[in-house]
Design a protein around this ligand. Structure first.
Ligand SMILES: [Zn+2]
Length: 169
């Protein structure tokens, strides 16, 4: 009798474990939906499965761009990158920001007052903040705030991990 109860308990734990695995772990996340009306430079689009992004990106790149994570402040070398050049999306390589619009926001995150073109990124409400995503591949990049410098008054507060930098004029 005692042994029967033990086996029933084990069976229940197994079933419970499989249920949790099936519901939360093995179910693929649906791809992020770009807001209706959003465009991208050259109408370029890059859409990949979660599994493919995982293969392409490092763990922290995946966490920030595909799971809307946030890097530790001052953890990215790009925060204090002084050279002229272009900052692109680390996922799809779409150009996002120019060094000419970069400024020191003293936040510990690379900050820009404007994207390279207006449709390089798009905004989405995120609680009381506004999230910024790449318009080509929907990568989460960071947030935009209204306390930036002239001429736009905007502060694009980006995760350095979500960007790749190429030096240039
Ligand atoms: Zn992208």
């Amino acid at each position: 009798m005692q042994q029967n109860r033990f086996f029933i308990l084990i069976a229940l734990l197994l079933i419970g474990g499989l249920w949790v695995y099936g519901t939360y772990i093995a179910t693929p996340k649906p791809p992020h939906k770009r807001p209706a009306g959003a465009t991208s430079p050259g109408n370029r689009r890059v859409e990949k499965s979660d599994a493919d992004w995982k293969k392409l990106l490092t763990r922290s790149q995946y966490n920030i761009t595909r799971e809307s994570g946030t890097e530790w402040p001052n953890s990215s070398e790009l925060t204090h990158e002084p050279r002229p050049g272009i900052y692109s999306c680390v996922c799809c390589h779409s150009p996002l920001f120019m060094s000419g619009t970069k400024f020191d926001s003293h936040t510990g995150w690379p900050s820009f007052y404007a994207p390279i073109t207006s449709n390089a990124v798009y905004d989405e409400p995120d609680g009381n903040r506004t999230e910024v995503r790449c318009s080509v591949c929907d990568a989460h990049l960071g947030h935009v705030f209204n306390d930036g410098p002239d001429p736009t008054g905007l502060r694009y507060c980006m995760n350095g991990v979500a960007l790749s930098f190429a030096e240039g004029k």
